[in-house]
Ligand binder design. Structure first.
Ligand code: AMP
Ligand code: MG
Length: 325
């Protein structure tokens, strides 16, 4: 089976073509970037409308015109205008090609991408993206959250600080670059049980910036503080849940310092650390295509509406990662 997956939950319009032989035939995308300020939802939807057809055509061309059997799109969670635009494009394309369509959960797709790209079996999932910071496990056919951010997601927090210092969107990679030249200034460290809070740290960093602290030092300290918090909670999740594997997914997984900290922690406790390849850590179509194949073949209820606030814990995991291929 070959599935064409469409991603449109937020800033990125992506199209991926994946075969059930676990091969990515193509993956094309276009991300809305801004020089100043963040993402305005309606602008993201306009962006998707503008680039959608081209990105799909490029994916088909790169995959050498395969025989597509199924179309999947991200139906949840996300910015409502972006989700609606992606759905519209998927339905238009499905009608034109006379193909079945399945809507999937974007977070489940990120989590499944861990199983697509790595040999992980039964991990703690550390999912860090623009909109999410969640620590999860998979048990009894459900993803269960064992920890989360109580306010801003880590990606959003980094983007917010990047805006404060005049970097555009996405801010995470620019902060990573500046941090290389920085040294430590103290910031609050906020872990409450298994939960984290980033909002006060960003406020404090912005305050220190006004008081004349160097951008580079604040970027460095922000990474050291926030990533230590993520490492602490991930380690406690592994200990509490008796898991010997950790897998890192989501856009912020591209950060080398975060990977380094988690690698050290896992080595120290003789656990295995996995992360998806850099190019597949953020939002993209191939993970939506893979999720489409998993759900279509395992008898999940086919949904084609959008559901902007659906949480991944609400979904029944009808598929099995190990047995599927
Ligand atoms: P996603 O929502 O999964 O597509 O991820 C997008 C988020 O990842 C944005 O908040 C980016 O700032 C963040 N991000 C991307 N690359 C990096 C990086 N190298 N370091 C930290 N954050 C990053
Ligand atoms: Mg995402």
């Amino acid at each position: 089976m070959i599935c064409l997956g469409i991603e449109s939950t937020s800033h990125t319009f992506g199209c991926g073509i994946v075969s059930s032989k676990k091969k990515i035939l193509s993956d094309t995308r276009d991300m809305l970037k801004t020089e100043k300020g963040g993402i305005i939802p309606i602008d993201a939807a306009k962006h998707h409308r503008k680039v959608g057809k081209r990105i799909i055509e490029e994916a088909i061309l790169k995959a050498k015109y395969p025989k597509i059997d199924l179309i999947s799109f991200s139906r949840s969670p996300g910015l409502p205008p972006s989700l609606h635009e992606g759905r519209k494009i998927a339905l238009e394309f499905g009608k034109e090609m006379n193909l079945p369509i399945i809507g999937v959960n974007h977070v489940a797709s990120h989590l499944s991408s861990a199983h697509f790209h790595t040999k992980v079996k039964d991990p703690i999932y550390l999912f860090v993206s623009g909109a999410n910071t969640q620590i999860l496990i998979l048990e009894n056919k459900r993803f269960h959250q064992v920890g989360e951010s109580l306010d801003l997601a880590i990606g959003n927090a980094l983007d917010k600080f990047a805006r404060e210092i005049g970097l555009g969107f996405p801010g995470g990679p620019k902060i990573e670059e500046l941090a290389k030249k920085g040294s430590y200034s103290e910031l609050p460290y906020i872990v409450k049980g298994m939960d984290l809070s980033f909002s006060g740290i960003i406020t404090k960093a912005a305050d220190l910036l006004m008081k004349g602290n160097k951008k580079e030092d604040l970027c460095f300290s922000l990474q050291e503080t926030c990533f230590s918090m993520l490492t602490e909670v991930s380690e406690r999740a592994m200990a509490n849940c008796g898991k010997k594997e950790l897998v890192l997914i989501g856009g912020v997984a591209a950060n080398r310092r975060l990977r380094e900290m988690l690698t050290i922690m896992c080595n120290e406790r003789k656990a295995k650390f996995y992360s998806v390849p850099l190019e597949y850590s953020g939002d993209h179509g191939a993970m939506i295509a893979y999720q489409g194949i998993l759900e279509y073949n395992s008898g999940s209820k086919i949904k084609t509406d959008v559901s902007p606030y659906e949480r991944v814990e609400e979904i029944e995991v009808t598929w099995k990662y190990l047995e599927h291929f």
